[in-house]
Design a binder for this molecule. Structure first.
Ligand code: GDP
Length: 532
């Protein structure tokens, strides 16, 4: 007898209440502060203890590695899960530092929506713009939080205009700031006509006030004549502009709802969280080689978006982070890795919270599961049960900084293990020169990663080495007839041929000029910046 698989009602309900998202921003815009405050609000962490401190004494839950603490930046991405009311949220941490953007790109493949934090004094900065481009590529709905309104800020119209102009998306204000900096009084909820007052330190909390509209004369007494008039003028301009928030347009990447507030002073977070749970999308259908796979499909599927070695010194293991895309994942399930067809029993699935781990029995679409990984998984691997399929690979970016690691002792085995495992994590790429000295060349997207590599080899593998930098500035995968590929490095000064771990040919270039020259003079081959 054949049974027709129908989605079970628990799965449907679990999918509907899930929100899996990441926060993107330029460094210092307030991403960490907002993360902490969201977690505090959700009761996921306690004020004292787990999350405290800033750059100098930082011990944020998701910033758990020594190197991160030393440098005060978030180097690796971790996921935290928490409940708000009926909703189950998973926040994937994205490192803000520009050197770690490749890690961030991968993380953005694993989320369903994004929060963009902008510093109200600075507007759109370079890193925000780059990350936004990835969101655009993936059509990820974006909620915008304009932060630090307690400090002197740019004109709100100017900020909205910049979002539209630079990012090419309609910015629809959901609330409107009343003053800024010393004269910041609070925000006006445009849809519901409620004034939320900002309290300066030591002042008693003022309850929000419901008014009839921005024209309500009670506002004169509450705000003062001049700020009131200003509010009337500005909100009239906003409504005159005629773009009101449209939920479908937000889901279709045409609108971004904009909230003004201040993460540090807890101002404007509640409406923002409400927007996150009410507006942000639950897991959606994903494209696979078998067509679109809805999350409610009865068959489990997911993909690995991150691998992290040595999460916990005591355990000394590697963890593959799996984003569940469809069906129910269960402990001890036999899952297949679509890349090699290998079956694996998922006997140790974990949920991580900072340095702590907890075994889980079950996970639903949108959830992130940590699988202890003795080398079976690679970034981008599809895992499934019951219905064979493959999700598209996560693109890799070519390295821009190169070096050679020179061992200072004789721990060759540890060195090789370390290099292999850290490459599996995606920390760097290892390139093998095809002519001349065969020492592997290490390539990273940012220069800081070479230092991280050195520190991690020392801390985690007890290998002391120096990393000498090499003069290359770019690398490209090269596709074409092998004789033509072989001829390139001989005929172009400032190049070197190599191959990656999978044996795919690559060319290293000492300058942009050499790259352009090579492209012009070798029409028969393709130089690829992204390996799909
Ligand atoms: P990240 O680099 O984006 O994670 O930024 P952080 O959250 O570390 O914040 C950078 C700096 O801005 C820190 O000194 C924060 O205390 C400060 N900051 C964050 N939010 C606010 C805010 O709402 N108002 C003010 N005045 N400072 C803030």
């Amino acid at each position: 007898m054949t049974t027709v698989a129908t989605p079970n009602s628990t799965l449907v309900a679990e999918v509907a209440r899930r929100r899996t998202f990441a926060i993107i921003s330029h460094p210092d815009a307030g991403k960490t502060t907002l993360t902490e405050k969201l977690l505090l609000y959700a009761g996921a962490i306690e004020l004292a203890g787990a999350v405290r401190g800033r750059k100098s004494e930082r011990a944020v839950v998701s910033d758990w590695m020594d190197i991160e603490r030393e440098r005060g930046i978030s180097v690796t991405s971790a996921a935290v899960e928490f409940d708000i009311g009926e909703h189950h949220l998973t926040l994937l941490d994205t490192p803000g530092h520009k050197d770690f953007s490749e890690d961030t790109y991968r993380t953005l493949f694993a989320v369903d929506g994004v929060v963009m934090v902008i510093d109200a004094a600075k507007g759109i900065e370079t890193q925000t713009r780059k990350l936004f481009e990835v969101c655009k590529l993936r059509r990820l709905p974006v909620l915008t939080f304009i932060n630090k309104l307690d400090q002197p800020s740019r004109d709100p119209f100017d900020l909205l205009d910049e979002i539209e102009r630079v990012l090419g998306i309609h910015a629809v204000p959901m609330n409107w700031p009343i003053g800024s900096g010393d004269r910041f009084r609070g925000v006006f909820d445009l849809e519901n006509a409620i004034v939320h007052f900002y309290e300066r330190k030591g002042r008693a909390q003022e309850a929000p006030v419901q008014v009839s509209s921005a024209h309500d004369p009670r506002l004169a007494a509450l705000l003062g004549q001049e700020p009131w008039q200003h509010l009337i003028d500005e909100t009239s301009l906003v409504s005159g502009a005629g773009t009101s928030f449209d939920h479908q347009a937000y889901l279709d990447f045409k609108h971004t709802p904009v909230f003004f507030g201040s993460a540090l002073s807890n101002f404007g977070l509640e409406p923002f969280l409400k927007a996150l749970t009410d507006l942000a999308p639950p897991p959606r259908a994903r494209l696979s080689d078998q067509g679109m796979i809805p999350p409610e499909s009865p068959h489990f599927s997911g993909f690995v978006f991150k691998i992290q070695a040595n999460m916990n010194r005591r355990h000394r293991d590697r963890v593959a982070f799996l984003r569940v895309c469809s069906g129910v994942f269960e402990k001890d399930m036999v899952i297949t890795n679509a890349r090699q067809g290998a079956e694996i029993r998922a006997s140790r699935p974990y949920r991580f919270f900072g340095g702590n781990r907890e075994t889980i029995e079950r996970a639903y679409p949108g959830d992130v599961v940590g699988l202890v990984n003795p080398g079976q998984f690679g970034i981008g691997d599809t895992l499934y049960h019951g219905f064979a399929l493959k999700y598209p690979a996560i693109p890799r970016f070519p390295a821009e900084h190169f070096g050679i690691a020179r061992l200072r002792d004789v721990r060759f085995k540890q060195f090789d293990d370390g290099i292999r495992q850290l490459e599996e994590e995606g920390l760097m790429q290892v390139l093998y020169p095809t002519v001349g000295r065969r020492e592997p060349i290490l390539g990273t997207v940012g220069p800081l990663q070479l230092e991280v590599l050195k520190a991690r080899l020392e801390n985690e593998y007890n290998v002391v080495c120096d990393v000498d930098s090499l003069p290359y500035k770019a690398a490209r995968w090269v596709v074409g007839p092998s004789d033509k590929i072989a001829a390139i490095s001989a005929s172009t000064a400032g190049t070197r041929s190599a191959s990656d771990r999978e044996g795919r040919p690559m060319i290293l270039f000492e300058s942009e000029w050499a790259l352009e020259y090579c492209e012009r003079n070798n029409p028969g081959v393709q130089l690829l910046a992204v390996m799909p």
